[in-house]
Design a protein around this ligand. Sequence first.
Ligand SMILES: Nc1ncnc2c1ncn2[C@@H]1O[C@H](COP(=O)(O)OP(=O)(O)OP(=O)(O)O)[C@@H](O)[C@H]1O
Ligand SMILES: [Mg+2]
Length: 228
Amino acid sequence: MTFPAPGAVPALFARDLRHGFGGVEVLHGVTLGVGAGEVVAVTGPSGSGKSTLLHLLGGLDTPRDGEVWWAGERVDTLGTQARAGRRAGRVGLVFQHHYLLEDLSVLHNVLVPALLTGQDGAARARTLLARVGLAGRERDLPGVLSGGERQRVAVARALASRPAVVLADEPTGSLDRANAEVVAGLLLDLAREDGAGVLLVTHDERLAARADRALHLLDGRIEEGEAG
Ligand SMILES: Nc1ncnc2c1ncn2[C@@H]1O[C@H](COP(=O)(O)OP(=O)(O)OP(=O)(O)O)[C@@H](O)[C@H]1O
Ligand SMILES: [Mg+2]
């Protein structure tokens, strides 16, 4: 299936997403697009549905209604396995609580997406680890890392398979300000270099100001505003 709109294919596109839990609807029709190389910040009050939205956009959950497209392919209609396969190659995820695999080394954590897509990602993984300041830490287990170091591993992992789309849910939420700026800067720089489209949920206004565009989620609907 090809993307229906004329012009450049967005990295990420969602049309009229509706979703909820039990009898409660949380998202009442969210439409958004993120261009290749574009960074879009999503802000909104606690409970407004930001994480719910990111889960739908990352294909970790299926919307009750609406469409999700990654790099020109509709994916909400795919089966779970097919979608997981597409996700491994096209989507990088960074969450507030960096879910590193504790029994795997730093290097192997970063290599997981490449392994899933059958790429030989070792050189890329080492380069990314060096870029996030963790050269020499490849063999360490996550348990010995600081919070900021763990989050930098999560950033490297998210970018390992050169994804078209990077989804980040409060990627710096558990870090102090200095570390938060370093991690966020790395995420945005690396994603921009690769031409990935980034959607970033954040409560940090300084981080939101570094985006190209800001979307505000209020009462399950998107309001668009200028970043910065
Ligand atoms: N798995 C779930 N089961 C039931 N309700 C849920 C579930 N996930 C989220 N919700 C509800 O959906 C609403 C939106 O939650 P969500 O986590 O998306 O908010 P958020 O904007 O990310 O908030 P925060 O800024 O606090 O992270 C909340 O009322 C929440 O209780
Ligand atoms: Mg949330």
